[in-house]
Design a protein around this ligand. Structure first.
Ligand code: ATP
Ligand code: MG
Length: 353
């Protein structure tokens, strides 16, 4: 019997896990973990997450205390950037130089010790670039950074990539090829999946993510975001869940990251996904979509049915084609149909393929 899977979090990731489960009739129940009312859970249920943090409401505690609540240790490490950076250091996984900011008096010296412009990040609760500040040598640090933040050296990367992989209880691990990502103001605008990547980069990234997942006895999909600087990878951060940079696998792989996660957490066979063609994922940030986009070959819309607010992730479009020249044609066609301010996303993608 495949267990029922309870997802803490009922945003788009929970929704897409549910969609991936539907053909197999696997029961996936996304819930709001911040709700007050306890749920009717069975001991055979498996609890997984689509977000890393929620308050200790009666339901929130019920989920965390369930015997099959997965990856508690990893969540504990990852929700706090200081603990996450320490984990990477302990496992010998290269990451940008960092310091933990202490009392207000010493902050300027701590920042100077990084020897270059820095990016200050709140230890907890940041996402999509929120809770981050750029700092230049000579500037006075903000008092609110004291004791709450870490600072990292600003990395002059050439581009960003991420690795999405999965591990099951038996310790088997599988990975997708590195995805190329473009962030603007800290938020993911687009990804391209299945571009050629140097074999050594892929090998190292798999080795590091594998080491992290093994160390944590992790079960499910994990994403590892990296900077590429002079051809070398540096890990930026970890996401202990399905991840926006893996959405292209819905169109470009025979097993999407959502199905892969379900296979891992429900002890279904975990095999390396077959990846084909080339796929661009375009995030809809505070924008509606137009039915005529569907006339572009290979375009698939995923709409999250959320209220449209400026900059908010409300959907994504996967454009999947069998080869680069066909993808370029589709990207050029879609570029002409999106809001002018989003055309740069297609210019970026066209320059990558
Ligand atoms: P996510 O939405 O992925 O959870 P986040 O808000 O947690 O994002 P980060 O991934 O830490 O934030 O940073 C967002 C983006 O800001 C990065 O993808 C990168 O483009 C830029 N950035 C972050 N840290 C650095 C750094 N040390 N050097 C250069 N750029 C950085
Ligand atoms: Mg990030």
């Amino acid at each position: 019997m495949v267990p029922r899977i309870i997802v803490a979090g009922n945003g788009q990731l929970g929704q897409m896990l549910q969609q991936a489960a539907a053909p197999m009739q696997v029961r996936v129940m996304p819930v709001n973990p911040a709700g007050e009312e306890p749920l009717e859970l069975n001991d055979s249920d498996v609890i997984t997450v689509e977000l890393e943090y929620w308050p200790d409401t009666p339901r929130g505690l019920q989920l965390k205390d369930h015997p099959n609540f997965l990856n508690a240790t990893t969540l504990h490490s990852v929700i706090d950037r200081q603990r996450q950076k320490s984990l990477l250091d302990r496992l010998g996984v290269p990451t940008s130089p960092w310091v933990s900011l202490g009392a207000a008096e010493g902050m300027a010296e701590q920042l100077e010790s990084l020897g270059q412009p820095a990016i200050v990040k709140r230890r907890r609760g940041g996402y999509d670039g929120r809770g981050q500040w750029r700092w230049q040598p000579g500037e006075t640090p903000l008092p609110e950074w004291a004791d709450e933040c870490i600072a990292e050296a600003m990395i002059p990367f050439s581009h960003e990539v991420s690795l999405v992989g999965a591990r099951n209880r038996a310790g088997e691990k599988v990975y997708y090829p590195l995805t190329r990502n473009w962030h603007q103001n800290g938020i993911l605008r687009a990804s391209v999946g299945n571009l050629p990547v140097p074999a050594e980069q892929q090998r190292l990234a798999e080795q590091w993510l594998g080491r992290i997942m093994d160390d944590q006895n992790y079960v499910g999909v994990m994403a590892m975001e990296c900077f590429v600087e002079n051809g070398h990878l540096l890990v930026n951060e970890l996401a202990p869940r399905v991840h926006n940079s893996g959405h292209w696998t819905q169109a470009g792989a025979d097993i999407s990251q959502f199905e892969l996660h379900l296979r891992a957490v429900a002890d279904l066979p975990l095999i390396t996904p077959e990846v084909y063609g080339v796929t661009m994922m375009y995030n809809l940030l505070g924008r509606d979509w137009q039915p005529r986009w569907l006339s572009v070959p290979g375009a698939h819309v995923h709409w999250y049915a959320k209220e449209i607010r400026p900059g908010r992730k409300v959907g994504h479009v996967n454009v999947h084609r069998p080869d680069v020249s066909a993808l370029m044609a589709s990207l050029k066609a879609l570029r002409e149909q999106v809001a002018e301010a989003d055309q740069c996303v297609f210019d970026w993608a066209l320059a990558q393929v």
